[in-house]
Design a protein around this ligand. Structure first.
Ligand code: SF4
Length: 340
């Protein structure tokens, strides 16, 4: 359905998607990936703003790890600051208990704390120094295929959030930093080098600051695959997780760099224009095709499967109110930069 700006209860975030009566379509890395994977899922998440009430443990653990590292960097005054680590652990524990993940996976708080501690230890001697962190960008995509529906203007904006800005100490070179978790360093970096993600950050940073970074530094943390033994108590298992990270820190953490490449950046810029044209078509024609080939991506059922099965409006509303909650997308980007 076309977006009705006259409805006071329309669910779009006024700070982000609708600003001064203009619908800002945000081209973030995850939005564009979502749209390319399944347009119907994009519509239900980004336009109808529905998100499943049930939160997956894996996302909460990743979020708690990320928030802990952010807190650590804010508070640390020495390369390996124990007081800052304690504060970071409090943040991750708080998030995991508020999401009730600790009750589902009692090893989650220990794993996350061990990962934050390992991150701080492993990268305390890195040649890359953090100079700024948590940097959102929101930049108008110039010459984008903006359009109007029923007198309402739709514009395309390049958007995202960069974990950190970094300086390569030996050369003074400017880099961007990203903190990620994975199960295999090689597989993850192979995917990242093929992926659009580093180019989204590099272009976003360049458009906002008019300075070209030399690359993106990926600080990777490998998730442990150890499981509780039948003969082991919970406490012994939790101790073994902490010990595993503490004694094998170099095996669990790695720094990899994706260097800037002008041709690859151009390719990503063109890709953004392609996606913008496809989005324009979808909005103008109100055509949100379901991609059934994506229903079991990563061997997991799509979290929107229950609501996707119905074409009946009253069933849709009933499922939406029972299993989903209305939440504006892109809340992490709500700090709207200048010009936004
Ligand atoms: S269940 Fe499949 S078709 Fe439906 S929204 Fe998810 S990915 Fe798309």
């Amino acid at each position: 359905m076309p977006i009705d700006l006259s409805e006071s209860e329309q669910p779009l975030s006024p700070d982000i998607l609708v600003k001064d009566g203009v619908v800002n379509i945000l081209l973030t890395y995850s939005n564009t990936s979502l749209f390319q994977s399944c347009r119907w899922k994009y519509w239900v998440r980004q336009v109808r703003c529905l998100t499943p009430k049930h939160k997956e443990a894996v996302f909460s653990i990743g979020g708690a790890y990320h928030a802990g590292i952010e807190e650590y960097h804010k508070k640390a005054t020495t390369p390996l600051d124990d007081a800052a680590l304690t504060l970071a652990h409090q943040v991750s524990d708080g998030l995991l208990s508020s999401d009730n993940i600790s009750a589902i996976d009692n090893s989650a708080p220990t794993k996350v704390k061990a990962m934050i501690r390992g991150f701080a230890r492993q990268f305390s001697n890195s040649p890359y120094e953090i100079t700024n962190q948590e940097m959102p960008f929101l930049e108008k995509l110039e010459d984008a295929p903006d359009f109007e529906i029923d007198g309402v203007k739709y514009e395309f904006w390049l958007s995202g959030k960069i974990d950190a800005e970094m300086k390569h100490k030996p050369t003074g070179g400017l880099y961007l930093g990203e903190w990620k978790t994975c199960t295999s360093f090689d597989d993850y970096m192979c995917k990242i080098r093929q992926d659009n993600q580093p180019w989204q950050y590099l272009i976003g940073y360049y458009l906002k600051n008019k300075v070209k970074p030399s690359g993106v530094v990926y600080r990777l943390a490998k998730k442990t695959l150890i499981r509780q033994k039948k003969t082991e108590t919970v406490d012994d298992f939790l101790n073994r997780i902490a010990e595993e990270y503490d004694t094998n820190v170099a095996e669990y953490f790695k720094e990899e760099v994706v260097p800037f490449d002008a041709k690859r950046a151009d390719r990503h810029y063109n890709h953004l224009y392609d996606v913008a044209k496809e989005l324009k078509f979808a909005f103008q024609n109100n055509l949100w095709t379901r991609s059934h080939g994506s229903c079991f991506n990563y061997n997991k059922p799509c979290p929107y499967m229950s609501i996707c099965k119905t074409d009946n409006e009253s069933d849709f509303d009933m499922i939406a109110s029972s299993y989903f909650t209305v939440k504006p997308p892109n809340e992490e980007l709500i700090e709207v930069p200048e010009g936004g």
